[in-house]
Each structure stands twice: as structure tokens, then as C-alpha cells.
Design a protein around this ligand. Structure first.
Ligand SMILES: C[S@@+](CC[C@H](N)C(=O)[O-])C[C@H]1O[C@@H](n2cnc3c(N)ncnc32)[C@H](O)[C@@H]1O
Length: 213
């Protein structure tokens, strides 16, 4: 990524016991696996998973990599099902609009078996290997309370939004990583929400957050 994510976006505690607990569990996740998120981005995902517990629907993540962000979601999801999608062969097609950093087809390849083992102790977690949305058949009839997108490119982000937005329950939250740092992601999000009622909230890190009306 070109910079040391573990040392950026450090979360301020303001005396919050929950934030302190979160920071120490994040430290453990960072030591167990390679997490591609800043601390405050990780906290946004944790919070979105937690606050949507009252919203009907499952949780999904597209862009699992080594399972670090999925582990964070597991710590806050309660009994909800978590559906995890990744090629496990890294990024698929990369278009000109995505040509920032060294983004290339196959970047972020990870082992399906290792991720499965890493998340084995978590309840109600389902892993789907392959190109999304080709792998979406098992969840086409589901509603979602929280969706975390971390797919880096225009084409993948566009297809994820087309699939998940109509399936979000009112009050459900979509978070996308790299809204600031990947022009393809920003373009896909901005185009998709241009004619939708929901505002796209740019965070102080590199994510955007949308709450379904
Ligand atoms: C930056 S990594 C995800 C990082 C992870 N969320 C974390 O926080 O550690 C991006 C991932 O998106 C996956 N990906 C991108 N487009 C995809 C698609 N259309 N279907 C499945 N996986 C995709 C890649 O395989 C890669 O593992």
C-alpha cells in the first residue's frame, strides 16, 4: 500500500473502556494476521457491525483477504450470519481508472484454507470463494443489515453496490474502503448514489459510509 497502515489513524480513547478493549483486540488481530486497515477504519467497521444489530438482516463482506476485517466484524455481529466473499486469488480485472499504487490483477491473493482456519472458532460464518457476484447465489434471497466492501476497483465496487443496495434493510449500513485512495472506488460509489436519496458520508480516513433510507 505504500505506507504503514498500523501506525496511521490511531484511535483516540477519550476514556472509553470499549475503545480501549477494541484497541487491544485490534493489536491481537494485527499480530495474528495482515490487516489492511488503519485503526480508525477498523473501528468504523466494528461500530457499524455493532449498531446494526437492531436492523433486520445478515452481514456480508466482499474483500476478505486474510480475514482481519472479518474477525473485527465477528467481535460485534452477535448472532447474525456473516457471508464472506473473496476470489482468494487477489484482485480481478483492473481498469485504467484503478491505476493508482501498484494495483494489478492478482494483488492481495490469500489462502482460502488459512482464512477458514483463522475464522473456524466463529459462529455462523460462511465463506464463498470466487468472483463476486458470480458467487452470490446463496444470498440472493437475503436481506442485509451491514455490508463491508473492500474490493479496491471500479468494476467490483459497482457490481457489489448493484447487488447489495436493493437488499439492504432500512437503517442498514454500507461501508466501502478506499473511497479516498482508489479513484475507481470513488467513481463507482458516486455514480451509483448520484440518483439515490442517501448521502455518501466521507470519513476522516479512507472509507465512506451510507445508511439505507
Ligand atoms: C484490500 S483486500 C481486502 C482487505 C481486507 N478487507 C482487510 O481489511 O484486511 C481486497 C480484496 O478484494 C478481493 N476482491 C476484489 N474484487 C473482488 C470480487 N469481485 N470478488 C471477490 N473478491 C474480490 C481481492 O481478492 C482482495 O482479497
Amino acid at each position: 500500500m505504500g505506507y504503514d497502515i498500523a501506525h496511521r489513524g490511531r484511535l483516540s480513547h477519550y476514556g472509553s473502556a470499549e475503545r480501549k478493549r477494541f484497541t487491544s483486540s485490534l493489536k491481537k488481530i494485527r499480530s495474528d494476521t495482515d490487516l489492511l486497515l488503519e485503526d480508525i477504519e477498523a473501528y468504523h467497521i466494528y461500530m457499524a457491525a455493532k449498531i446494526t444489530e437492531k436492523v433486520p438482516g445478515d452481514i456480508a463482506e466482499v474483500g476478505v483477504y486474510k480475514g482481519g476485517s472479518a474477525k473485527i466484524i465477528c467481535s460485534a455481529k452477535g448472532n447474525r450470519a456473516l457471508h464472506l466473499f473473496d476470489t482468494f486469488a487477489g484482485l480481478p480485472r483492473v481498469d485504467d481508472v484503478d491505476a493508482v499504487w501498484p494495483f494489478y490483477e492478482g494483488k492481495f491473493a490469500a489462502s482460502y484454507d488459512e482464512v477458514k482456519a483463522y475464522l473456524a472458532s466463529e459462529k455462523n460464518v460462511h465463506l464463498y470463494k470466487g468472483l463476486f457476484p458470480d458467487t452470490s447465489a446463496p444470498v440472493t434471497d437475503k436481506k442485509f443489515s451491514f455490508v463491508n466492501l473492500d474490493v479496491d476497483t471500479y468494476d467490483s465496487t459497482k457490481k457489489c453496490l448493484e447487488f447489495f443496495y436493493p437488499r439492504m434493510s432500512p437503517g442498514g449500513v454500507i461501508v466501502s474502503h478506499d473511497y479516498l485512495t482508489a479513484p475507481g472506488v470513488r467513481k463507482a460509489v458516486d455514480e451509483y448514489f448520484a440518483n439515490k436519496p442517501e448521502p455518501v458520508v466521507e470519513t476522516a480516513a479512507s472509507q465512506c459510509i451510507v445508511v439505507k433510507v
